[in-house]
Design a protein around this ligand. Structure first.
Ligand code: SF4
Length: 337
């Protein structure tokens, strides 16, 4: 496996949870930043970025982008094909900050991984985040007295503190942190992602851990939340020929831990699902037909101004389309070539 220390953040996966990170802890925050890190090779927009990059057809799939397409194909197009910029959100940025703190805490000797130590890392990691992503400063541009920033940092502290009631870092020695993984399926589809933490037991059993700064989903939505974890388990299986023993989601927003012990059939099922999804993405890429799928999650979408469902017009489709495709119209190609 290839390692990476970039992009500390949570990822959001699943059939129901929005990748468009809302400004609330109702949903996993941090999706935006990790998505950006993972999506760098698949054309995802950088939050708040304005640089125009040449459009390219998608070449790989991450949990976030897979969730985008399942949520709304047109959202996927805006993010991956058009690479429209998105505003940073306070919730997602807080997720990035908290993830960075939890990652860096493991630099300390085990006995020193305490809550006060973790909280003391917040100011430095916030400085680092502002340096690496200057656009996040916009979040507090209208806060000259720094009151909102202080409240926001206090919320980050509470999330960090809550973690100590869920896991004991003095008893953990992660094998990997912020691990970038990438694997190619037999079909040629490349899967990629960043795993928050990988623990390996002396017996060789692997546990994949992901932190969420949002609240745990209701039980009926847990399958959607586990989609991302099964995606990672599939990648690990393909890379190492080992089925992870446990998948663990740690919800700092509500103080819950969701675990699932996958079996090979789970990974084969998610592989079939991803292949079907990739076929649909390729078809849309070639035809230029990206259908909007309005849901209540549209309220969190940065792209309503370009969405026909909200009276907007998509930008001209930047890729060539297959000869003979008619496209067009609000359910069609979404704009002239
Ligand atoms: S606003 Fe439009 S593009 Fe965004 S999620 Fe809703 S339907 Fe999709």
């Amino acid at each position: 496996m290839e390692t990476s220390t970039e992009g500390a953040a949570a990822d959001c996966g699943g059939d129901v949870a929005p990748v468009t990170a809302p400004a609330t802890d109702e949903y996993p925050a941090g999706a935006e930043s990790k998505a950006a890190a993972v999506g760098a090779g698949e054309g995802a927009p950088s939050a708040g970025g304005t640089a125009v990059r040449a459009a390219i057809a998608p070449a790989s799939l991450s949990p976030s982008r897979a969730s985008d397409f399942m949520q709304c194909p047109l959202l996927y197009r805006f993010r991956v094909i058009d690479r429209l910029p998105e505003k940073p959100s306070a919730a997602a940025t807080k997720g990035t900050l908290v993830h960075a703190v939890l990652e860096r805490l493991f630099d300390a000797p085990a006995a020193e991984r305490t809550a006060p130590r973790a909280k003391s890392l917040i100011p430095g990691q916030w400085d680092r985040l502002r340096e690496s992503r200057p656009e996040v400063v916009e979040l507090f541009a209208d806060d000259p007295e720094g009151e909102r920033l202080a409240t926001w940092l206090g919320e980050a502290e509470r999330l960090v503190e809550r973690w100590f009631g869920l896991e004991d870092p003095t008893r953990l020695e992660p094998a990997e942190r912020e691990l970038f993984v990438e694997a190619e399926l037999d079909s040629g589809l490349r899967l990629r992602g960043i795993i928050d933490r990988v623990d390996v037991a002396p017996t060789g059993e692997v546990r994949i851990v992901d932190y969420k700064t949002g609240k745990a989903p209701r039980p009926e939505y847990s399958e959607g939340a586990l989609f991302q974890m099964k995606f990672y388990a599939l990648v690990v299986w393909r890379l190492k020929n080992v089925v992870p023993r446990r998948l663990q989601l740690v919800y700092l927003g509500s103080g819950d831990v969701l675990t699932y012990d996958p079996v090979l059939a789970d990974l084969e099922r998610v592989e079939r699902k991803l292949l079907a999804l990739w076929d649909a993405i390729r078809e849309a890429t070639e035809t230029g037909v990206w259908r909007p799928r309005p849901t209540k999650l549209c309220g969190w979408c940065d792209h309503q101004a370009h969405c026909p469902e909200f009276g907007g017009t998509p930008p001209p489709y930047p890729l060539p389309v297959r000869a003979g495709e008619s496209g067009g119209g609000p359910q069609g190609r979404m704009g002239p070539d």
